[in-house]
Write a protein that binds this ligand. Structure first.
Ligand code: ADP
Length: 609
């Protein structure tokens, strides 16, 4: 519990300070999604409206029927069946048409709702994928995924509900009130006084219940979060023998949610009980008051029947409207959250710009006078006046203390971010003038050696580097990356599905698949961001062998977190405080006796420990 509360305390102030005002619902964006579905939507509206009108007619027809029955009972003459047949058949017909209209509008409306939601999902996903890396630094992926799933779901349900129920409830309320008035102005007067009071009280009680329900739901989500974290990190939980404690944490949250849901249940029970009594009393009161009117011949029994049914319809409709109102508010805020990122234009466009024709492409890279801070942390200057040239076909390594800005250099070459000042050039052209999809997709190969694999087959994971690659190309790339051997050793070979994030492979195997994935696009420039965690000696040897093969004939930038692997580099640059302080070959730098030789000495000492 303590750990949980500490979490809450830590998070709350942060969230408060970073919370931006709630996004607004933009009707013009909504219109763009609705426009293609306009005809079915209008159809649905017309059908729903017609169904509602029929619903108003039905009480009146019921009244006619009752009048026939009453007359027959009173006079005991004529043919009952014959007299009933006309109105009964008409009523049956109305029921039939009403049913058809109802199915019709539900079919159309769910079609509209689903298509609008699917369109929104696709558009939002596309828009999210288009955003810069900086956007993802600033936004939690969990929350983004929520917008794609629950927010769109909520919006869709509200949209469908507001149109179908809203239209029906309003039409019926108005229509039935008119019929009530026509049937008996006196009784209607009475209802007009009583009903709104009841509905108002119901609405207040209802909003209280909804609040309880929301709190209970949040509590359930909190409990689920605890379970999710424990199951998701089950290895850590087991390694620390924390099963008991996790169970306690979960049990505490579950018990709390159980209690809240029980309270909610009791609240609903009381509400239902009281409203049943109230509604039944209304029926009784109406019959009582109607009875007096009948006895004074101001009303027929059939009218009373019509009145009862119509007033019930009004009650139901009014209750529906109050629920709908809450739903509409929730729907609009969900919609606003969905739309917020739709109109967000990334600062780094994915396409457009020049492509250098292959015969003249050399793969030279220049970083010129670059200063940079991350957009999420503008106060911290990571690079200052950083300059570096990667000559075509040469291997350049950057070393230096952890946190010194080495990986940042690689991110700038990939154009994950634009420098605050200075330029990055490929073949003498500012990369901001180049087509980014081409640059990332075909020119630069990026091997992050703590690689992320997707939960699909090994074949698909390698092909991720070049979607149009043939199986033979995939196998060839795997061979170059020293991966073919272990892949064919698996029972399913290249079809082996790697677990979530590659959990079923060893570190060295994942790295080699990542190398194959980068090699398959045959890049001119290769960026290796080395793993910070060490591999065992044997894995390191095969991975290194694969890398040596991969780097020949390419311009290579190695971000070295360990020094053992870069002795053969053409140029080694030592970074400190966001700029290069030493450069030269391994031997030159050792001879110089500066920072590099310090680093080497320190790593050797650590290795011996
Ligand atoms: P290195 O690769 O040399 O270990 P990095 O380039 O990863 O160093 O990081 C340089 C500095 O930039 C560090 O202080 C780090 O905390 C910060 N940094 C890295 N990535 C981000 C990011 N996405 N947003 C904000 N700051 C970052």
């Amino acid at each position: 519990v303590a750990h949980c509360e500490a979490d809450v305390n830590n998070n709350t102030p942060l969230e408060v300070t970073t919370k931006t005002p709630a996004p607004e619902f933009k009707w013009h964006i909504f219109w763009e999604f609705v426009k293609p579905q306009l005809f079915p939507l209008m159809g649905a509206v017309v059908l729903a409206f017609a169904a509602a009108i029929l619903n108003i007619q039905i009480p009146l027809m019921l009244g006619n029927l009752v009048n026939v029955v009453a007359r027959y009972l009173r006079e005991q003459t004529g043919n009952y069946v014959q007299e009933m047949r006309g109105p009964a058949l008409k009523l049956l017909g109305l029921y039939g048409i009403q049913g058809l209209l109802t199915s019709g509008y539900i079919i159309l409306l769910s079609r509209v709702g689903e298509r609008v939601a699917a369109d929104m999902r696709k558009t939002l996903f596309a828009s999210l994928l288009r955003q810069d890396v900086a956007f993802f630094d600033a936004n939690k992926t969990g929350l983004l995924v929520n917008r794609l799933t629950s927010d769109i779901q909520e919006f869709k349900s509200s949209f469908k509900l507001v149109i179908s129920q809203g239209l029906r409830s309003i039409t019926q309320t108005v229509g039935c009130f008119v019929s009530l008035y026509i049937i008996s102005p006196k009784l209607t007067g009475l209802t007009v006084v009583v009903l709104p009071c009841l509905v108002g009280a119901g609405a207040i009680f209802g909003s209280f219940l909804r609040k309880l329900s929301r709190l209970a739901q949040e509590q359930v989500a909190k409990a689920t979060g605890v379970a999710d974290e424990a199951l998701g990190n089950v290895r850590t939980v087991k390694a620390f023998a924390m099963e008991e404690r996790e169970l306690q944490l979960y049990a505490y949250e579950v018990d709390k949610s159980c209690e809240m849901n029980e309270d909610l249940g009791s609240g609903i029970a009381v509400f239902q009980g009281i409203s049943n009594i109230a509604l039944n009393c209304i029926v009784l009161g109406t019959i009582f008051a109607g009875g007096t009117l009948i006895s004074s011949n101001e009303m027929s029994p059939g009218d009373l029947m019509s009145f009862l049914v119509a007033s019930q319809t009004v009650q139901r409709s009014l209750a529906g409207i109050s629920i709908l109102f809450g739903q509409m508010v929730r729907g609009l805020s969900s919609g606003a959250r969905v739309f917020e990122y739709l109109s967000l234009v990334p600062t780094i466009p994915l396409s457009g710009g020049r492509r250098i024709p292959y015969p003249s492409l050399t793969g030279r890279v220049d970083f010129i006078n670059i200063s940079f801070s991350y957009p999420t942390r503008p106060g911290q200057q990571v690079l200052s006046k950083f300059s570096l040239t990667l000559p075509p076909g040469k291997t350049v390594a950057i070393v230096g203390e952890s946190g010194g800005g080495k990986s940042t250099v690689a991110s700038l070459l990939e154009r994950f971010y634009d420098p605050t000042s200075g330029v990055v050039m490929v073949d003498g052209l500012d990369i901001r003038s180049l087509d980014l999809t081409w640059l990332r997709g075909q020119v630069i190969g990026f091997i992050n050696q703590e690689p992320v694999l997707f939960g699909s087959s090994i074949m698909d994971n390698i092909r991720f580097g070049k979607p149009e690659a043939t199986d033979a190309e995939v196998i060839n790339a795997a061979k170059q990356a020293n991966a073919h051997g272990f892949i064919t050793g698996f029972p399913d070979g290249y079809s082996t599905v790697v677990g979530e994030r590659g959990a079923t492979l060893s570190g060295g195997q994942k790295q080699r698949i990542a190398i194959a994935r980068a090699l398959i696009k045959n890049p001119f420039i290769l960026v290796l961001d080395e793993a910070t965690s060490a591999l065992d000696a044997e894995s390191e040897r095969v991975v290194q062998e694969a890398l040596d093969r991969a780097t020949t004939g390419r311009t290579v930038l190695i971000i070295a977190h360990r020094l053992s692997t870069i002795k053969g580099a053409d140029l080694i640059c030592v970074m400190s405080n966001g700029r290069i302080v030493e450069a030269g070959s391994h031997l030159e730098l050792l001879a110089k006796g500066g920072l590099y030789s310090d680093l080497i000495r320190r790593q050797r000492a650590e290795g011996k420990k």
